[in-house]
Design a protein around this ligand. Structure first.
Ligand code: B12
Length: 129
């Protein structure tokens, strides 16, 4: 049997909002994925955890406005370690006009308020074999 998809989930930086990150973590577990929830972390710690855990996916949750600076930093640090295969997803309150630049910098997808878990899980399954 193949191993479950492994997701490392963090709240980005000092963002105080936790409901989305916790809800999505629980629901991805219900979908059969293994989820390691880190709580609040900065890019270096998130990338270290992704390496230690052998993550397939890094999930970043932010509603606090730090998405443009800290999100791409996670991708950059993963690439420096040769880990560009790890899928990096973001969720939370992110202005639509910021999304194209985030994608250009390697964020695979952004899921905003009221995103459905079925869509998040199927996006992950479509990208992680
Ligand atoms: C509750 C709330 C608070 C609570 C937080 C309680 C807590 N500890 O969680 C309190 C009152 C403390 C708070 C504080 C602040 N808040 Co507030 N808050 C909200 C509110 C009303 C709801 C957030 C929430 O819980 N939603 C429910 C969850 C389930 O939804 P969600 O997080 O969006 O998650 C969904 C998706 O986004 C996605 N998702 C989320 N994370 C992830 C991760 C991954 C990997 C994936 C795939 C998907 C995903 O999936 C989830 C399910 O659909 C929002 C308004 C809103 N409607 O969003 C404002 C809001 C987020 N807050 C806002 C602000 C500005 C603040 C403050 C800065 C205010 C201040 N000046 O002090 C502070 C934050 C300080 C800090 N250091 O972070 C703004 C953010 C603006 C922005 N980013 O552009 C909002 C949008 C309000 C507004 N309209 O201005 N807040």
């Amino acid at each position: 049997m193949s191993r479950p998809i492994k997701v490392v989930m963090a709240k980005l930086g000092l963002d105080i909002h936790w409901r989305g990150a916790v809800a999505v973590s629980r629901m991805l577990r219900d979908e059969g994925m293994e989820v390691v929830y880190l709580g609040n972390q900065f890019p270096e710690q998130i990338v270290n955890a992704a390496v230690q855990e052998g993550a397939d996916v890094v999930g970043l949750s932010t509603l606090g406005g730090n998405h443009n600076s800290l999100g791409p930093k996670v991708v950059e640090l993963l690439r420096k370690k040769g880990l560009e295969d790890i899928l990096v997803l973001m969720g939370g309150v992110i202005p639509p006009e910021d999304i194209p630049a985030l994608k250009e910098k390697g964020i695979a997808a952004v899921f905003g308020p009221e995103s459905k878990i079925v869509d998040i899980a199927s996006f992950i399954r479509g990208k992680v074999s």
